[in-house]
Design a protein. Structure first.
Lengths: 114, 113
């Protein structure tokens, strides 16, 4: 059973471009969480999704950021018109259910905006 | 506000020492607490998961305890090794937080040979 797969591992974008980060949860997991880690800082929750539904997006910036988890395929975190402040490591986690289950994290996508 | 605090922020010990990392959290209405390890530039590795009904969990040289009433958890590492050097993160899943994990800022551990 492969772990949580994120790609790309590294992504470089120029200011104003779009960044698309993908996350494939572990097999059998229907809950996906996205976190952002700024340099030398902790992990900050962004959004929690189940298949085809956004459950909690309280940590998402109001503009330029969106996330989806379609019925088929990976979860996507999309950042439009990237700025230097978006440079960070973005981590995805998955779990089989919500309440008492263990969350497993991917290796992250390191976004650099130049 | 639901917060997780980890003390100390950094710790340096000689190889072979037993050590304790601390995690405290506001509001005892939790589902579970999870300890992770993060190596520089890498992802998070889950170490131990403690459900709210449990007092402790053990895995090899690691032992995590949970005192929900006081809002505290400790991660005990026995006979530390240089390979244990990493950042250790504590994360809490509260009952009214839509199942998301809230992280502390971590303890950066260095085990000197």
């Amino acid at each position: 059973n492969a772990g949580v797969m994120q790609n790309p591992r590294h992504l470089v974008r120029r200011r104003g471009q779009e960044a698309r980060l993908r996350c494939s949860p572990m097999k059998g997991h229907s809950h996906v969480y996205w976190y952002r880690q700024l340099p030398e800082e902790g992990l900050k929750f962004m959004v929690y999704l189940q298949k085809e539904n956004i459950i909690d997006e309280s940590g998402m910036p109001k503009e330029r950021f969106s996330a989806e988890f379609p019925k088929e395929g990976p979860s996507i975190l999309r950042i439009q018109q990237v700025v230097r402040g978006d440079s960070a490591a973005y981590f995805c986690a998955s779990s089989p259910t919500g309440e008492n289950t263990e969350a497993f994290f991917g290796q992250g996508t390191r976004l650099t905006v130049v | 506000k639901q917060e997780v605090t980890q003390i100390p922020a950094a710790l340096s010990v000689p190889e072979g020492e037993n050590l304790v990392l601390n995690c405290s959290f506001t509001d005892s209405a939790i589902y579970n607490l999870q300890w992770f390890r993060q190596d520089p530039g890498k992802g998070l590795t889950s170490l131990l998961l403690i459900q709210s009904s449990q007092r402790e969990q053990t895995s090899g040289r690691l032992n995590a305890s949970l005192d929900k009433s006081s809002g505290r958890s400790t991660l005990y590492i026995a006979a530390s090794q240089p390979g244990d050097s990493a950042t250790y993160l504590c994360a809490v899943k509260w009952m009214d937080s839509s199942y998301k994990l809230i992280f502390g800022s971590g303890t950066r551990l260095l085990v000197r040979p």
